[in-house]
Design a protein. Structure first.
Length: 333
């Protein structure tokens, strides 16, 4: 099998894993959201990232020392900012469901993840063709998010007023998550010396960025953990749930962390194997399949069981527009 085909299959597998990672949460019994998200964060943001560093980045701590405290600190600070987006991601999915949440949040991440680093780090490029395509992609993504939000409003016409208010709050949380999550792009940019040092100490070029992500994700974990522990204390919800469900619930959170982190890692491997087409081809394939998979899961698990045809039309139109925005942004790459 050629490297390009292997890379393509890795990206498809990564997208399926990322689009599926939140589904096990639907089967957790008795635990409140904050307990689910805390254990998922422990596995997905700390244990699995550092396990990959231990396996794939030889002499990792030598690489951190050579990169310097400045690069490590900046990666951690921006990782903490990404952590805010991660908390909001979890709250957004809980509020509006996997299907609608993924469509809205991922489109905002794709658009702002390309635009914000360009404006901050390379403002001169904003007036170039690349900058114009990114701005157009952002505008198209906003149109897609608006259509998806309208679909959400029509999802359950018989819902009481309080439920509709909660849905509006959930949509706002999704948008906020999409705005905060691209902070990971800055962690990668300012953590480049870590990647360079990791490659110099023996890491494969596809694996070297994991040394940055482990630092950034661990910092992001602290934000997630603080918020979850705050809710557990405020709601006195640590002991909720039946003892016989504990092991299975914990297994579901391990599955969430595994699917999320290893899907994230597989995308990086696939992008590297594809080579020069990694951004222009790999990124839209990854985003589109991820959103489609998340929506399939949403349909299969009954998130849209009370929706009428108008809701499905708006959702379909929104996803189509989001896909178009993703392709436009990828062309800018």
């Amino acid at each position: 099998m050629s490297h390009a085909w292997f890379g393509f299959l890795a990206i498809v597998a990564a997208a399926v894993m990322q689009g599926t990672f939140a589904v096990p949460q639907k089967f957790i019994r008795g635990w409140p959201w904050e307990k689910n998200w805390l254990f998922y964060s422990i596995f997905g943001m700390v244990i699995f990232p550092w396990l990959l560093v231990a396996l794939l980045v030889p002499r990792a701590f030598q690489a951190y020392a050579e990169a310097g405290a400045g690069a490590v600190t900046m990666a951690a600070l921006f990782g903490a900012g990404w952590g805010v987006g991660s908390v909001l991601f979890g709250l957004g999915l809980e509020a509006v469901g996997v299907a609608l949440g993924f469509a809205m949040i991922m489109s905002m991440i794709a658009a702002l993840g390309a635009l914000v680093p360009l404006v901050v780090l390379h403002p001169a490029d904003l007036m170039s063709l690349r900058g114009l395509l990114i701005v157009i992609g952002l505008v198209v993504a906003i149109v897609g998010v608006t259509l998806c939000a309208r679909a959400g409003a029509l999802k359950d016409p018989s819902a009481p007023a309080a439920a509709r208010r909660n849905l509006k709050r959930g949509i706002a949380i999704c948008i906020a998550s999409g705005a905060a999550s691209p902070m990971m792009a800055f962690a990668v940019e300012f953590g480049k010396p870590i990647e360079t040092a990791a490659a110099a100490t023996g890491a494969n070029t596809a694996n070297a960025p994991m040394a940055i992500f482990a630092v950034a994700m661990s910092a992001g974990f602290l934000i997630n953990a603080v918020y979850c522990v705050y809710l557990l204390r405020r709601n006195r919800s640590w002991d909720k749930g039946l003892p016989q469900d504990r092991e299975l619930n914990l297994l579901y959170t391990v599955a969430m962390g595994f699917l999320w982190l290893f899907g994230f890692y597989l995308y990086g491997v696939g992008k590297t194997k594809i080579g020069q087409l990694g951004t222009s081809v790999g990124w839209p394939i990854f985003m589109i399949i991820m959103v489609v998979v998340a929506n399939i899961w949403g349909l299969l698990t009954g998130e849209w069981k009370n929706a009428d045809r108008r809701a499905f039309r708006y959702l379909g139109a929104g996803i189509a527009v989001i896909m178009a925005a993703t392709v436009i942004i990828a062309k800018a790459g």
